[in-house]
Design a protein around this ligand. Sequence first.
Ligand SMILES: [Zn+2]
Length: 67
Amino acid sequence: MSAFKMTCVCGDTMTVDAADRAGAVAQFKGMMDEKGIAAHMKEKHPGKPVISVADCHAMIEKQVVAA
Ligand SMILES: [Zn+2]
């Protein structure tokens, strides 16, 4: 297992342990479903429009790097 992280535009960093990058991307996508996105937007991006699951997942695919 290796650690992978992604950094949101707000500077918030999330870390997961996964076998490879694809596994990490899958885990982040699982965390950032509609509920996860709504909670994150409310806490870290107050007043900003909530992004769609598709946009968020596209961002995850670009952002995930080995930690
Ligand atoms: Zn954020």
